[in-house]
Design a protein around this ligand. Structure first.
Ligand SMILES: Nc1ncnc2c1ncn2[C@@H]1O[C@H](COP(=O)(O)OP(=O)(O)OP(=O)(O)O)[C@@H](O)[C@H]1O
Ligand SMILES: [Mg+2]
Length: 255
């Protein structure tokens, strides 16, 4: 089953076509990846998928239904969550509270109303607290619940973003360069966490420059260059593609 499909998606900024007539689909129940050089349009593509920006032309279908041009909260409510290339946590909240905010996202119409809303029942509060604790354990941050978000190491902050995104119980999770700035051990832990996320039924679409990670976890890879899809296929197919080697992977061996 297709969880996401883009049909001729295009995004023009002034004179620059950042995403150029992009079509692809990804299957539910697996990890897919978008790779490509800096400025290729990868994050812009995430912005189109998640409703941060409307496409100039083209369609986005999520779970079989058009979400083209819907705002972020409406797309989130249908089961899509994302993390950002630059960590975006609530610095003044604890680790646990950051995850609790994520749990409210689907029902409350956005992050700000989630923060100010104070009308939940006692039962809901207990459930949200339990869920936040479970998610912290899931990503390996159970000992950090009461710390301030900014007291975490950079690698831990990235995991916290993942936990917060999962709190909305997404069908599809978009991760924008989650391994950027992580050491080898942290990257390996992240790979395990992503594997568990998929096992539990959430599909994952990842943008990543760490090719060892991508080749290890992705079933399908979409390669962007100057806003265009230049190749798509399995890791093996993409690694052998002459255009991809030329644009991006040249000289690197992932055996
Ligand atoms: N809001 C915007 N307004 C104008 N131009 C933009 C905007 N967002 C992105 N761009 C431009 O669109 C192009 C694609 O940017 P994008 O951030 O999508 O690339 P990327 O593939 O994510 O790169 P990186 O690997 O460096 O994160 C770049 O030339 C960028 O400067
Ligand atoms: Mg980017």
């Amino acid at each position: 089953m297709k969880i996401l499909e883009l049909v001729n998606a295009t995004k023009v900024f002034g004179g620059l076509t950042a995403v150029d007539n992009v079509s692809f689909s990804i299957e539910a129940g697996e990890v897919s990846a978008i790779i490509g050089p800096n400025g290729a349009g990868k994050t812009t593509l995430f912005n189109l998928i998640s409703g941060f920006l409307p496409p100039t032309t083209g369609e986005v279908l999520f779970n079989g239904e058009a979400t083209t041009g819907l705002p972020t909260d409406k797309v989130a409510a249908r089961g899509l969550a994302r993390t950002f290339q630059l960590v975006q946590l609530f610095p003044d909240l604890t680790v646990h509270a950051n995850v609790r905010v994520g749990a409210h996202l689907r029902s409350s119409g956005g992050i700000w109303s989630a923060l100010i809303r104070n009308r939940q029942s006692r039962q809901q509060t207990i459930q949200v607290n339990q869920k936040a604790s479970q998610l912290l354990e899931f990503v390996g941050l159970q000992g950090c619940a009461d710390l301030g978000a900014t007291e975490l190491t950079y690698g831990q902050q990235r995991l916290l973003e993942v936990a917060r995104a999962l709190a909305s119980e997404p069908k599809l999770l978009l991760l924008d360069e989650p391994a950027a700035g992580l050491n080898t051990q942290e990257t390996s832990h992240l790979a395990d966490v992503i594997g568990q996320i998929v096992k539990q039924g959430t599909s994952v679409l990842i943008i990543e420059h760490d090719m060892n990670l991508v080749m290890k976890i992705a079933r399908k890879i979409i390669v962007l260059d100057f806003g265009k899809v230049i190749a798509q296929g399995t890791p093996l197919e993409v690694q052998k593609d002459p255009q991809v080697l030329d644009a991006y992977l040249g000289g690197v061996d992932y055996a």
